[in-house]
Design a protein around this ligand. Structure first.
Ligand code: ZN
Length: 150
């Protein structure tokens, strides 16, 4: 880490502490050249790239609000949605990427949503995969039947 004052190419960590439930680490650093101190914040970055090309930090609450619509009237609790959003984030982080397209976030939502509620899954999939005919629904339902038989 370059010193922001003298641009020295190295710095020494004098203190580290976690913040935000352990998702962020704040470090105090000291420059061995000019001795000035500065702080850095470190987090495992994960940003979502929208179709417009603009990136924004991954947000579990956006996942939840996207899925909540599909869950209207279904016996799905807020706690279950929170767990689903956590699973989605974990599955994306496990792939090791630091950037993901919004479309691929939808893909990561499908599996845990299927485990949670089949009707909500079909609703979400119909929007996400652009179902435009009864055949699309029939195919998706046939897939679900096959999987539940297996
Ligand atoms: Zn310096």
């Amino acid at each position: 880490m370059h010193c922001p004052f003298c641009r020295h190419t190295d710095s020494r960590v004098v203190d580290s502490r976690t913040a935000d439930d352990g998702t962020v680490i704040r470090r105090r650093r000291q420059c061995p050249s000019c001795s000035r101190r500065f702080s850095t914040i470190e987090s495992a970055s994960l940003s979502v790239v929208k179709r417009s090309g603009v990136g924004e930090p991954f947000s579990r609450s956006k996942v939840i609000s996207g899925v909540r619509k599909a869950c209207q009237g279904r016996p799905v609790t807020d706690d279950q949605l929170a767990v689903l959003a956590q699973k989605v984030e974990e599955s994306i982080r496990l792939t090791g990427v630091s950037e993901i397209e919004a479309h691929d976030v939808g893909l990561a939502i499908l599996q845990p949503l299927k485990d949670l509620d089949l009707v909500a899954y079909l609703r979400f999939a119909s929007v996400y995969r652009n179902f435009d005919s009864l055949e699309d629904f029939e195919k998706a339902i046939a897939e679900l039947r096959e999987q539940s038989d297996a």
